[in-house]
Write a protein that binds this ligand. Structure first.
Ligand code: BG6
Length: 584
């Protein structure tokens, strides 16, 4: 997934474009590029690396011109090179493009264009779009018609911004996010409100299969057939303007540290009761998600079957296309997604809709594509999450799922959120022990995380955090499965994290710890009860049994973060990853 941005207005475009790209860098950070236009001339600079690095080298924010486009890349087609970095120019050099998404039929389109004499500089699918626009523009001499003809031939999921020599900007959306920022007669075209949030909180969430034209006559929106579209300006909630690290070294540490507050900010919104009624009336209930959100789905399954006696089926979003009939007719699907833009989750929802399934979603971005696809939506209300590894959004997802389950079982859990928040604060206030343990993990290549019952999903989430942040091969293991295979991996070179709160799983988990210890592995115990069996003990406060999963993940988020620092990886922008992957 990449970030795209465009600006048309009265001030210099480049500084705004570069700052906007900096705030959207979590979407992709392989390369960056900016192009500005003035007096029918383009100036283009691009390079491999992060916004701050490339800007320092090339002075991207110094380009002249009051209109321009910019891009940060998460490579899908073509290696991470300057040639493949965006923006890309058409053969005439009079049209330039930045693009997010994938054009599935680009090879076919490319060979047709090559037959018509077009040459290609890069390996990207993007260059095909801009040359197709040029071919259609040369035929019609009409910008609007050239876009209509082009989108009619593109297959895949995309959003792009193009700039024409005369300064006109056009942006189109087909399943990938596109938002217009309006500041009097200055216009911003962006993948995310973060692109322009410093300038305005007046936004237009462009609908699917619409395109926007911005020029001296103002801003106009059309559908892909060219019919004018009415639009509504939405005020972006101020919390999404808070994209500053403050005194924290990294967004990841800031977001981990916010959880004592964010856990208290999850609320039962005006759709909560309908959400509950819908679940109660559902014939079959499924929950889906990707990455961390899928681990939250697994926790929900456990909670609803244990406490609300409701049978739930979970499905990994990216797996549903391979068993589309898995979701029965007239069912209910809860889709969990921090961004609300993960392509796999959106695809799963579209498949489910074909079996007349009602879609309920839990998201952090209320104006996301997933919200638009859902009949009922509950927001996490935890503010923007910039760090690529999900942290505060996970505990907020859990808080919402606990509130749903508690409502379904008529208050049988009765969670004390103030107590949960206090427990999180206590863990956050004693980080030095965890920092010390991280020093020991610097050189290791494998780590296993063991949990039983509801803690197995936390063990899997823990493994994901360690993979994402510290690049260590990590695996979540069901305590009882140890002796059926994984025990063969245990020796003195191995570290095992034991998730072992003093609850109904304690004794069995202790038995597993003894089996592991007997093979010489080093044990990191996460528990409210100390034990000699642990080589390293990370203490968590005692809390009501059902609530341990919410607090026991915090020390592992911190351990993954500090291990990343030990290994000199960038915790906020782990290699090869992106905050939410909007391509399948
Ligand atoms: C990945 C992120 O790209 O997407 C993970 O790196 C995240 O942290 C996963 O859990 C799913 O994202 P979302 O936005 O659908 O919850």
């Amino acid at each position: 997934m990449c970030s795209i941005i465009g600006y048309f207005g009265h001030s210099e475009a480049a500084p705004t474009l570069v700052r906007g790209l900096g705030r959207m860098e979590y979407r992709g950070y392989d390369s960056v590029g900016v192009l500005t236009g003035s007096d029918n001339k383009f100036v283009l600079k691009k390079g491999v690396g992060k916004v701050s690095e490339v800007n320092a080298k090339l002075g991207l924010d110094q380009l002249h011109g009051s209109m321009g486009i910019g891009h940060t890349r998460w490579a899908t087609h073509g290696k991470v090179t300057t040639k493949n970095a965006h923006p890309h120019l058409s053969n005439s050099g009079k049209i330039a493009i930045v693009h997010n998404g994938i054009i599935e039929n680009y090879e076919e389109l490319k060979s047709n264009l090559q037959k018509n004499g077009y040459k290609f500089q890069s390996e990207t699918d993007t260059e095909v779009i801009v040359n197709l626009i040029q071919q259609n523009f040369d035929e019609t001499s009409d910008i609007k018609q050239s876009i209509i003809k082009t989108v009619a031939n593109l297959k895949g999921h995309y959003s792009f911004v193009v700039i024409f020599e005369n300064g006109t900007l056009v942006a189109a959306r087909f399943h990938e996010p596109l938002i217009v920022g309006v500041e009097n007669d200055n216009y911003y075209l962006s993948s995310d409100v973060l692109g322009f949030i410093e300038k305005t909180d007046d936004a237009i969430y462009v609908d699917n299969e619409d395109f926007v034209i911005v020029n001296n006559t103002g801003m106009h929106i059309f559908d892909f057939d060219g019919t004018p579209v009415k639009y509504q300006i939405t005020k972006v909630s101020k919390e999404f303007a808070d994209v500053y690290k403050g005194d924290y070294a990294h967004f990841t540490l800031k977001e981990i540290s916010e959880q004592a507050d964010t856990i208290l900010r999850t609320e039962k919104n005006n759709q909560f009761q309908q959400f509950i009624n819908n679940i109660k009336q559902s014939k079959n209930l499924y929950i889906t998600g990707s990455g961390t959100s899928y681990n939250a789905a697994e926790i929900a399954k456990y909670l609803m079957s244990k406490f609300a006696k409701i049978k739930v089926d979970t499905v990994i979003s990216s797996e549903l296309p391979f068993s589309p009939d898995y979701i029965e007719q007239d069912s209910t699907l809860i889709a969990i997604s921090q961004s609300g833009e993960s392509a796999d989750v959106l695809e799963a929802v579209r498949i489910a809709k074909k079996s007349n399934t009602s879609i309920l979603s839990i998201v952090n971005h209320l104006n996301s594509s997933l919200s638009q696809e859902s009949s009922l939506v509950i927001g996490l209300n935890c503010g923007p999450e910039i760090g690529v590894a999900a942290t505060k959004s996970f505990t907020s997802q859990l808080a919402i799922l606990y509130k749903i389950t508690d409502e379904l079982c008529n208050g049988c859990i009765n969670p004390d959120w103030v107590k949960v928040s206090a427990a999180i604060s206590q863990i956050l206030s004693s980080q030095s022990n965890i920092e010390g343990i991280a020093k020991n993990l610097k050189e290791i290549s494998d780590i296993y995380i063991l949990g039983r019952g509801i803690h197995l999903s936390i063990a899997r989430e823990a493994a994901l955090k360690l993979k994402e942040l510290s690049y260590i091969h990590a695996e979540g293991i069901a305590g009882g499965e140890l002796k059926h295979g994984p025990l063969a991996l245990m020796d003195s070179n191995v570290y095992v994290i034991i998730i072992n709160p003093n609850d109904s799983t304690y004794t069995d988990t202790m038995n597993s710890a003894n089996e592991i210890k007997a093979r010489g592995a080093k044990i990191i115990g996460i528990s409210d009860k100390e034990s000699d069996i642990y080589d390293y003990w990370i203490e968590i406060p005692p809390i009501d049994e059902p609530l341990y999963p919410i607090i026991e993940i915090i020390p592992i988020q911190l351990l993954s973060y500090y291990t990343a620092l030990e290994k000199k990886t960038n915790p906020d922008y782990p290699r090869n990853l992106a905050k939410s992957v909007t391509v399948k």
